[in-house]
Design a protein around this ligand. Structure first.
Ligand SMILES: C[S@@+](CC[C@H](N)C(=O)[O-])C[C@H]1O[C@@H](n2cnc3c(N)ncnc32)[C@H](O)[C@@H]1O
Length: 329
């Protein structure tokens, strides 16, 4: 053991109480006890100052000032309150809707709402870009065309009137445009609005007819050469009919069997259960107010009708349906 280590042990050895050596005369000595080294005392003011500084440094790290944090909290509270209000009024509406006993046939509501119909649907149709969907569908209308459930004539501006003959991109003969148009709606008030709009839009077109009639009772054209319609159009109509399957079957029977088409733009059940739950919960109140069952399964109605699906597309979480159909051959 070198001198350096001895010195270190002497310095670092704990000061245990001394044990007398065997045989040595014991003399009462004051007991020596172990005294741990005194801890360094800290200044409490200095400590809390340090903690505060650390806290502030953390705050600076996020880069969010207390004012912004307060505004954010107030915003979140506002949104929470707003959602709460919506939820409460939704619950009230559901309770009201489920207490109603509404008949399946609510189509008479349109006689009352005809004059405000356009204003009522304008905004939602704009937001959902329904106009573009109407336009794309109506471009397929040709020949002798029947529009059922025409309502206030929201498709009128998209008709191509007057038949045109030409060739398509592949050199095949092609006929486009409508030779004649017949507008039908169960509500006389609705069809009258269509008639007035049509006459102001197309004052020079004289092959248009307007009738207040059930779509399920429309007879095929009966001239020497004409026994069917080339095109039948219906937009947002299946929701209002008491028996949409029977009506579609009837429309199939008056459509030209080879090249005739039924063009539909409809609304109904969604792809998503949570949307359907909302539609179901509020269906009775909506039908009572607007004359339309917005929770119908349009795909199922089409399948039951037995018509052949040429094209099928869905939009808006699956609640908007576009169909091109033809009679089954
Ligand atoms: C929601 S509105 C749609 C109107 C229009 N087609 C549109 O796209 O804006 C439904 C229309 O269907 C009509 N309707 C309801 N049942 C009918 C039926 N059985 N035959 C003909 N029209 C009917 C109503 O009078 C109403 O005008």
């Amino acid at each position: 053991m070198n001198a350096f280590r001895v010195a270190r042990i002497a310095v670092s050895a704990p000061r245990w109480s001394a044990t007398p050596s065997r045989g040595a005369k014991t003399k009462a000595r004051p007991q020596q006890s172990y005294n741990p080294p005194a801890q360094r005392r800290t200044n409490p003011h200095l400590e809390s100052f340090k903690a505060e500084q650390q806290q502030q440094a953390k705050g600076r790290g996020h880069g969010i000032s207390p004012r912004v944090q307060t505004a954010f909290a107030a915003g979140m509270l506002g949104i929470g309150l707003y959602c709460g209000l919506i939820y409460t009024s939704y619950k009230k509406e559901v309770a009201k809707s489920q207490s109603l006993d509404i008949p399946r046939d609510v189509s008479d509501r349109y006689n009352v709402t005809a004059s405000s119909f356009d204003a009522d649907v304008e905004t939602s149709e704009k937001v959902m870009r329904i106009g573009a969907k109407r336009k794309a569908l109506l471009q397929l209308a040709r020949g002798h065309t029947l529009e059922v459930s025409c309502g206030t004539g929201r498709n009128l501006e998209f008709y191509e009137l007057g038949e045109r003959r030409g060739v398509d991109g592949k050199g095949h003969a092609q006929v486009s445009g409508c030779r004649s148009v017949t507008f039908v709606d169960l509500s006389p008030q609705m069809v009258e609005i269509t008639r007035r709009k049509f006459e102001s839009l197309y004052p020079d077109f004289h092959f248009a007819t307007f009738r207040a009639q059930d779509a399920g009772a429309v007879q095929p054209p009966s001239t020497a050469t004409l026994h069917h319609y080339d095109t039948i159009v219906q937009t947002m109509g299946l929701c209002s009919m008491p028996d949409p399957v029977a009506t579609l079957r009837h429309l199939g029977s008056i459509t030209e069997p080879r090249r005739g088409r039924i063009l539909l733009l409809e609304h109904g059940r969604s792809h998503y259960d949570w949307v359907n739950r909302i539609l179901d919960n509020l269906a009775a109140a909506h039908a009572d107010r607007h004359g339309c069952w917005w929770n119908r399964d349009i795909g199922e109605i089409i399948r039951e009708s037995g018509l052949e699906v040429v094209e099928e597309q869905r939009y808006h979480l699956g609640t908007t349906y576009r169909y091109v159909l033809r009679p089954k051959t």
